[in-house]
Design a protein around this ligand. Structure first.
Ligand SMILES: C=CC1=C(C)/C(=C/C2=NC(=C3\c4[nH]c(Cc5[nH]c(C=O)c(C)c5CC)c(C)c4C(=O)[C@@H]3C(=O)OC)/[C@@H](CCC(=O)O)[C@@H]2C)NC1=O
Length: 276
């Protein structure tokens, strides 16, 4: 019975056109390529759209699980947007799309997050987080990170003057990303309005679509041999990452943004999907 019933997840409201277009295009690219393998979103409606008591924070969550493991190596695809009005008059917008594979393959997952906390600054996280130890498996490093040239895209972005590395305060987060992870913050002068939108349109959009394309071709639709013992190790590692990233990303921000009751409900719904 909330007005979000009419605001579809896929409209990514509250963000600029280039930001919305990018997220809509990425979700469509995933659904067009993997749609036949994905079940419809089965989250309860009050987890698909939720808001805080005062209505100053609105959010949407969309999770589609892969068909039974025998038919798909997709664990689930998760899309989300969060909009919070800040007391300073600005707004916090976090949009994210993540794709998790199941132990039928050991290929990397996909993650993009755009975190905008002011009209002149944006944090971009774009990575194929590894699912195996890169020291123990040199061919994994070669196949997914060297051959795919992911580092060249990272270098292109970091050449842009307003782009600075984003160093997460969480050592855990730093430990789960790949060596080619794009974790940057762009800070523009207040006078240069529209610069962040230009950056998203000219640089983030094409690179994000290329990285997603690599993930779809080489990871989601690639074939990897995974033995029984290895599958058990993958299952454990994947489970630990899901539990821990919910805690790091959402554990403190959700109760603060949505209050304990809504936070518990939505985190519970996410955990139900994450820890199958
Ligand atoms: C595996 C690789 C990962 C990386 C590299 C990674 C990075 C980061 N995400 C952060 C955050 C974040 N993300 C989301 C989306 C989201 N995350 C999950 C997780 O299960 C779900 C289910 C959803 C959809 C609801 C929200 C809502 C949210 C924050 O509030 C938080 C933030 O904006 O703080 C500024 C930052 C926390 C650490 C830091 O402050 O530096 C950091 C940038 N997060 C990873 O998982």
């Amino acid at each position: 019975n909330n007005e979000f019933g009419v605001t579809k997840f896929k409209e990514f409201p509250y963000v600029s056109a280039p930001h919305r277009n990018l997220m809509v295009d990425l979700v469509s690219k995933v659904e067009n390529r993997l749609g036949s393998q994905l079940l419809p979103c089965s989250l309860p409606p009050d987890a698909q759209y939720y808001q805080n008591q005062s209505g100053s924070a609105h959010a949407s969550l969309h999770i589609r699980s892969g068909n039974k493991p025998s038919h798909s190596q997709i664990d689930f695809i998760l899309g989300s947007w969060i909009h919070c009005e800040l007391p300073t008059g600005g707004a916090l917008n976090i949009t994210s799309l993540s794709a998790f594979l199941n132990p039928l393959t050991d290929a990397p997952n996909f993650l993009i997050e755009l975190i905008q906390s002011s009209p002149t600054s944006l944090i971009l996280i774009l990575d194929l987080p590894p699912r195996k130890d890169l020291v123990l498996c040199p061919d994994y490093l070669h196949t997914f990170y060297e051959e795919t040239q992911l580092d060249t895209r990272k270098q292109i972005l970091e050449k842009i003057p307003e782009v600075k590395p984003y160093i997460s305060s969480s050592l855990y987060i730093r430990s789960v990303v790949s060596p080619t992870a794009i974790m940057v913050r762009i800070e523009t002068e207040a006078s240069r309005t529209g610069r962040v939108e230009e950056f998203i349109k000219d640089h983030v959009d094409p690179i994000a679509k290329e990285v997603l394309g690599i993930w779809l071709d080489q990871c989601a639709c690639g074939k990897r041999e995974v033995g029984e013992a290895e599958r058990a190790i993958l299952e454990k590692r994947d489970g630990l990452i899901k539990v821990k990233t919910i805690e790091v990303d959402l554990g403190s921000s959700f109760p603060r943004l949505f209050g304990p009751e809504v936070a518990d409900r939505v985190l519970g719904a996410i955990r139900d999907v994450f820890t199958v």
